[in-house]
Write a protein that binds this ligand. Structure first.
Ligand SMILES: Nc1ncnc2c1ncn2[C@@H]1O[C@H](COP(=O)(O)OP(=O)(O)O)[C@@H](O)[C@H]1O
Ligand SMILES: [Mg+2]
Length: 395
C-alpha cells in the first residue's frame, strides 16, 4: 500500500509545525508507520519534536521517523547544471554574480524540489502515512502552477527544441558571446519537467493526498486561508479539513473574554466559508507546544474521533475549472435539490444558500468579475456556470 500523504499549510505562525508534529505522533500511536517531513526552510520541526533531525530519515519515536528536507541541497541536485550555465551567461552579459545567482532560481523552486523528495519517499513504501509541515501558504501555492508550465514546455517546446536551438545557436554565440545550453543542461531541464509532472500527478490524487489548512480564528488569517482553499480547488488538490488553532477556552478570564467572544462569533463564518469540510479545533494552551507531552495533548484535541490518516472529507468539497470566458464552480451539497439553492454575488464572494445552510465561496482572482449564469444540482453536486462580463466596445 502506498502511503497516505497529509500536507499541513497555512499562514506563518498559525501553528503548522505544531499541528503537523502532533498529527504525526498521533498517527504513530494509532499504529501507522509514520514519517513527518518538513519542507519549510524555517527548520523548526526538530525543535518541536525535541530531537535533532536532518536531511536523512531519522527514527524519533515508536513507529515515527522524521526528516528535514534541505531545499538548497535539492536545488544543487536537480538544478545545478542549469544554474551554472545560466549564471555564466548572465555574468557574460554584465550582470553581477550575486544578482545572477538570484535570477537563475525561479521563485519557489526550492520548495518544489523538496516536494519532489515526497514522490521518492512515497514510492519507497517504508511508511503508511507521510505528514508534511509545509512552507507558508503563499509559497506552497505558487508551486502548483509550475507543473502546468512543465506540461506546456514538454508538449509545445520540447519536440521542436533541436530545431529552435539549432537555429539560434550561431546567432546567440555571435551576439552575446555565450553558448546555448549543452546536452547536460537540457537533459536536466527535461528531467526536472518530468519530475514536476510526477509531483502534480501525486498532488491531485485525492485518495493519496489531502491538504489540511491550519488557521487561527483571526480575520486576516481566515481571509488568507480562504484564498488558499480557492487556489487548491482551482488546481484540483483535495482539502479534507480545516484546523482552527489557539481557541481561547471557556475559563480564559476577564482579560481575554472579549477575544474569546470574537473567536466564537467568527466560528459560524468559518463554517460557512469551508463547508462541508470538518473543522478540527485546538485550544490555546497555557504553554508552548514543544516536546512529546505537549504534542500529544494537541493531537488528542485535534482528533477526538477519526484516525489521523483517514480521509476526513471524501470527495471534492469545491472545484473550479476556468476555460476562457467561462468558469465552472462545483460545490458538494449533499441532499440538496435545485429549488433549495439561492445564489448571490457580493464583491469577489459568491454566497450560496442551500436548504437553509450557507456556503460562502471566494472566487479566484481571475474570475472575480464573472457573473453566475446557470446552476444545476445533480448527485449532490451544485454546478454553477460563471460567465465573463460582456466586453465593452472600446471604439
Ligand atoms: N494551540 C496552541 N497553544 C499555545 N501555543 C501554540 C499553539 N499552537 C502553536 N503554538 C505556539 O505558537 C508558535 C508558532 O507555532 P508553529 O507551529 O511554529 O507555527 P508555524 O509552523 O505555522 O509557523 C510556537 O511557539 C508554538 O509553540
Ligand atoms: Mg513552522
Amino acid at each position: 500500500m502506498a502511503a497516505r500523504i497529509i500536507l499541513f499549510t497555512g499562514k506563518g505562525g498559525v501553528g503548522k509545525t505544531s499541528v503537523a508534529a502532533a498529527s504525526a505522533r498521533r498517527a504513530a500511536r494509532e499504529g501507522r508507520r509514520t514519517l513527518v517531513v518538513s519542507t519549510d526552510a524555517a527548520h523548526s520541526l526538530g525543535d518541536v519534536l525535541g530531537v535533532a533531525i536532518g536531511d536523512e530519515v531519522t527514527a524519533v519515536g515508536d513507529g515515527l521517523d522524521a526528516l528535514q528536507i534541505d531545499g538548497r541541497a535539492e536545488l544543487t541536485r536537480h538544478w545545478g547544471a542549469v544554474r551554472t550555465w545560466a549564471t555564466r551567461s548572465l555574468v557574460a552579459r554584465g550582470v553581477d554574480r550575486v544578482s545572477a545567482d538570484e535570477l537563475t532560481v525561479p521563485p519557489g523552486l526550492e520548495e518544489l524540489l523538496s516536494l519532489l523528495r515526497l514522490v521518492e519517499l512515497q514510492r519507497r513504501g517504508d511508511h503508511d502515512v507521510i505528514v508534511v509541515d509545509c512552507a507558508p501558504s503563499g509559497e506552497t501555492l505558487r508551486l502548483l502552477s509550475f507543473p502546468d508550465i512543465a506540461h506546456w514546455w514538454l508538449q509545445r517546446i520540447a519536440p521542436r527544441e533541436d530545431e529552435l536551438l539549432g537555429a539560434a545557436r550561431p546567432i546567440a554565440r555571435a551576439l552575446l558571446g555565450i553558448g546555448l545550453p549543452e546536452g547536460d543542461v537540457t537533459a536536466e531541464i527535461h528531467r526536472l519537467m518530468e519530475s514536476l509532472l510526477a509531483i502534480r500527478a501525486l498532488l491531485v490524487d485525492h485518495e493519496r493526498v489531502s491538504v489540511r489548512l491550519v488557521a487561527t480564528a483571526d480575520q486576516v488569517v481566515i481571509e488568507e486561508t480562504r484564498r488558499t482553499f480557492t487556489a487548491l480547488a482551482l488546481y484540483g488538490v483535495a482539502t479534507d479539513a480545516v484546523v482552527i488553532n489557539r481557541l481561547f477556552p471557556d475559563d480564559v478570564g476577564a482579560y481575554f473574554a472579549a477575544w474569546r467572544e470574537r473567536q466564537q462569533a467568527r466560528m459560524a463564518e468559518i463554517g460557512d466559508a469551508f463547508a462541508p469540510l470538518p473543522i478540527l479545533r485546538a485550544p490555546y494552551f497555557d504553554h508552548e507546544v514543544v516536546g512529546a507531552d505537549a504534542l500529544d495533548r494537541l493531537g488528542a484535541a485535534l482528533y477526538p474521533q477519526a484516525p489521523v490518516s483517514d480521509r476526513l472529507y471524501v470527495g471534492a468539497a469545491r472545484e473550479f475549472t476556468v476555460d476562457g470566458d467561462r468558469a465552472e464552480l462545483r460545490i458538494a451539497v449533499p441532499f440538496a435539490d435545485r429549488e433549495d439553492v439561492r445564489l448571490r454575488r457580493s464583491g469577489a464572494e459568491l454566497i450560496v444558500d442551500v436548504a437553509g445552510r450557507r456556503r460562502t465561496v471566494l472566487l479566484p482572482a481571475a474570475v472575480a468579475d464573472y457573473r453566475p449564469s446557470a446552476a444545476t444540482v445533480d448527485g449532490g453536486v451544485l454546478r454553477i456556470t460563471l460567465q465573463a462580463p460582456a466586453p465593452t466596445d472600446s471604439r
